[in-house]
Design a protein around this ligand. Structure first.
Ligand code: NAD
Length: 351
C-alpha cells in the first residue's frame, strides 16, 4: 500500500495515484453528506473520473453494495476512489470484493478502515465481515484539511474507535513487537490529539497527528485478530443498529476492564500511552470529558436487548485473552448500558 500524507492531497495527489495504477475511469464513491468533498476530488480527476456515486451508508447494507457494483459496471469503471469515513471506504471495499477493481481511499474520519483488508456487509439484520487482500486500498491519500470539518463529537468517537483497534491489537494472539510499538504510539498520538481537536477543531497540525494515529491504529487492526470488544460492537451495530464509532466509545472501557487481568503487557503499554495507572478509567474519563456518549442506554439500546446481544456474542468464536461466557458478555454489556466508571476485576465482573 502507498500512503500519501499532506495538506490538500485529496485534490492534488489523488489523480497521480490513479495514474500510477494505470487507471483511466474511476468511480468516486462517498456518503450523501460527503458528496461535496467527493465532487471536489472527482473534479480534480477530470477525465479519469467515471462519475460520483454518493450512496454509501453505515455498515454497508447488501442492497447498497449491489447498487454500487451495478453503477461501477454500467459506467465501465476500472477502479474506485472512496472519499469519506469508514462507510464510504466500506462501500469501495464491497465494490473491490465483488469486481476485483483496485481501490484508492481518501479518508475523512479516523476509522482506520483504509489500512485494513477487512470488509463488512450487512444483510438480514446481521453484519458479516471477512478479510480479502483485494479490498486493501492500493493507495491511501491522507489530507488533514478534509478532517477540519469533522464535528468535534464525531472526531472524538471516531478517534476512540481507532484507539479500540490498537487496544485489541495489543492483546491479540497474533500481536508482535512491531504491532505493540505501533499500537502504543497510535494510542498516544490519538488520545493526545483529541482534547486539542476539541479545543481547536481547525488546527491542521493536531488534525495531522490524529490521522497519523488513525493510520497506526488501523494498521494494527489490519494485522491482527480482534477480540471481545470488536465482537460486542459488531453485534450492537449490525443487529441492533447502534452507530459505529459511538458504540466503540461507550464499550471500550468496559471490554478493556474485563480483559485487563489477562493482558498485563497490553495494559502496561496503554498506561504508558495514556499517562495513567488505570487505562480503562482513563479512556472513560477522556471520552466523557470531551462530551462523548457514555452509555448504551444513551445510544438508544433497549435493556431487554442486552441478553440477546450477549448470547449472539457468546455464540461466535473469536480470539480473546479471557474466555467469555454469555454471562460474562452480559456483565460487560450491562456495565456499558449504565455507563458508570469501569473497574478492573480479576473475576468475570468488570463493573
Ligand atoms: P461514517 O463513515 O459513517 O461517517 C460518520 C458521519 O460522518 C457520516 O455522516 C459522514 O458523512 C460524516 N463525515 C465523515 N467525514 C466527515 C468530515 N470530514 N466532515 C464532516 N462530516 C464527515 O463513520 P465511520 O465511523 O468513519 O465509519 C464507520 C463504518 O466503517 C462502519 O460501517 C464500520 O463497520 C466501518 N469500519 C470498517 C473498518 C474495516 O477495517 N473494515 C474499520 C473501521 C470501521
Amino acid at each position: 500500500m502507498r500512503v500519501v500524507f499532506r495538506p490538500g492531497a485529496s485534490v492534488t495527489a489523488t489523480a497521480g495515484e490513479v495514474e500510477r495504477l494505470g487507471l483511466r475511469r474511476v468511480l468516486v464513491v462517498s456518503g450523501a453528506r460527503g458528496a461535496d468533498t467527493a465532487r471536489a476530488v472527482a473534479d480534480s480527476l477530470g477525465d479519469l473520473c467515471a462519475g460520483v456515486h454518493a450512496e454509501a451508508r453505515m455498515h454497508v447494507p447488501a442492497e447498497v453494495a449491489d447498487r454500487a457494483v451495478q453503477v461501477a459496471r454500467e459506467r465501465g469503471a476500472d477502479g474506485c476512489v472512496a472519499v469519506g469515513g469508514g462507510s464510504a471506504i466500506g462501500l469501495g471495499k464491497a465494490i473491490a470484493l465483488r469486481t476485483g477493481l483496485p481501490l484508492i481511499a481518501v479518508p475523512s474520519t479516523y476509522s482506520g478502515s483504509e489500512a485494513t483488508p477487512v470488509w463488512g456487509l450487512t444483510e438480514h439484520g446481521a453484519k458479516r465481515t471477512g478479510r480479502d487482500p483485494s479490498v486493501l486500498p492500493r493507495s491511501v491519500v491522507y489530507d488533514p484539511e478534509l478532517t477540519l470539518s469533522l464535528p468535534v463529537p464525531l472526531s472524538v468517537t471516531s478517534g476512540v474507535n481507532a484507539v479500540a483497534h490498537a487496544v485489541e491489537a495489543l492483546y491479540a494472539p497474533d500481536t508482535s513487537p512491531l504491532i505493540a510499538l505501533m499500537a502504543e504510539e497510535g494510542v498516544r498520538a490519538m488520545t493526545s490529539a483529541l482534547p486539542e481537536i476539541a479545543a481547536e477543531p481547525t488546527d491542521p497540525e493536531v488534525r495531522s497527528r490524529a490521522l497519523y494515529g488513525a493510520w497506526l491504529c488501523g494498521s494494527c487492526l489490519g494485522a491482527t485478530t480482534m477480540g471481545l470488544h470488536h465482537k460486542l460492537c459488531h453485534v450492537l451495530g449490525g443487529t441492533f443498529g447502534l452507530p459505529h464509532a459511538e458504540t466503540h466509545t461507550v464499550v471500550l472501557p468496559y471490554a478493556l476492564a474485563f480483559n485487563a487481568p489477562a493482558a498485563p503487557a497490553a495494559v502496561r503499554a496503554l498506561n504508558r500511552a495514556l499517562g495513567t495507572d488505570d487505562a480503562p478509567h482513563a479512556l472513560w474519563t477522556l471520552a466523557g470529558d470531551l462530551g462523548a456518549p457514555r452509555s448504551l442506554a444513551g445510544l438508544g439500546l433497549a435493556r431487554p436487548d442486552l441478553k440477546a446481544a450477549a448470547e449472539l456474542v457468546a455464540q461466535q468464536a473469536y480470539a480473546n485473552p479471557r474466555p467469555v461466557t454469555a454471562e460474562d458478555a452480559l456483565t460487560v454489556l450491562e456495565a456499558a448500558y449504565v455507563g458508570s466508571a469501569p473497574r478492573v476485576a480479576a473475576t468475570s465482573s468488570p463493573s
